[in-house]
Design a protein around this ligand. Sequence first.
Ligand SMILES: *Cc1c(COP(=O)(O)O)cnc(C)c1O
Length: 339
Amino acid sequence: MNTYIDFRSDTVTRPSPAMLDTMMQARVGDDVFGEDPSVNELESLAASMFGMEAALFCPSGTMTNQIAIKCHTQPGDEVICDADAHIYQYEGGGIAFNSGCSVKLLSGDRGRINAEQVRQAIQPDDVHRARTSLVCVENTSNRGGGSCYEWEALEKIKQVCAEHHLAFHIDGARLFNAMVAKGQSPQQYGALFDSISICLSKSLGCPVGSILLGSKSFIKQARRIRKVLGGGMRQAGFLAAAGIYALTNNIDRLQKDHEHARLIEAALENKPFVASILPIETNIIIFETKGITAKELVEKLKQHQILGYAIAPYRVRLVLHLDITEAMVARTIEVLNAL
Ligand SMILES: *Cc1c(COP(=O)(O)O)cnc(C)c1O
């Protein structure tokens, strides 16, 4: 697949030679015994970046989210999130499977819910009702086309959570994209949320891995649940070393992906086969096609060695990431202009 320009997802990145080199040098031990120095270093690096007490390295973002939901709830509770949220749409019904909770879906603005919606969705204290215990937001929103929250909007939701004693979790699979786009800091997020999930395997370029952040007691419970789910890894330091490399080297460059997304957006504007484009905020481009289905357009692009993803009958998604070079973006624009 190396000859393709692959915009299907930011998960398709391969570790760079420098990242691989760091992985090969990693000192390792048995992480289930707490003895892997590289995993320990990654967890304390992430925790200190966010100003949180503790962190837990996990195989996937699905696992970090699902562990957080399990820790914050009891069976029969209800979780509030946007209808487009990854935790609801793409985690295999995990909220029901793992935590036995029901979900109150809100219809947000491109994946972003607001404080008033949350307030109205909280169940009254009544034996007939499920007990609302957790609010989850996603930043950036995947199905929202990489949209991100204004800081004040998150603060207002936190206020509602505090008033009603609800836990507040953020699915930050692409949180660094949001922070770069909005000029926000990890410390801000660490101070606002009870738990944070970040993915290392997306735009940050790691082959595997996500991190869950929270208080010491939360992470202690999370570690138990990770084991139950089969996520206790042994010499995981080889993977953690990639995470340390990514957190040290691959954050600032996300700006480039956002610039690339805007260049491609400009090329898509006013094309006869494009009906509309979701506002570009970060590294995700979602557009509606016209006169051609998403599948047909993706097939056409493939003939030019360009891979996209048909996410709905007339909806195409293109995602920028660190394996998409400036030259590849230029080539893509050339192809789009000639279609
Ligand atoms: C990718 C992603 C995740 C986690 O996915 P995994 O493939 O399990 O790592 C979680 N939330 C969002 C919004 C995502 O895009």
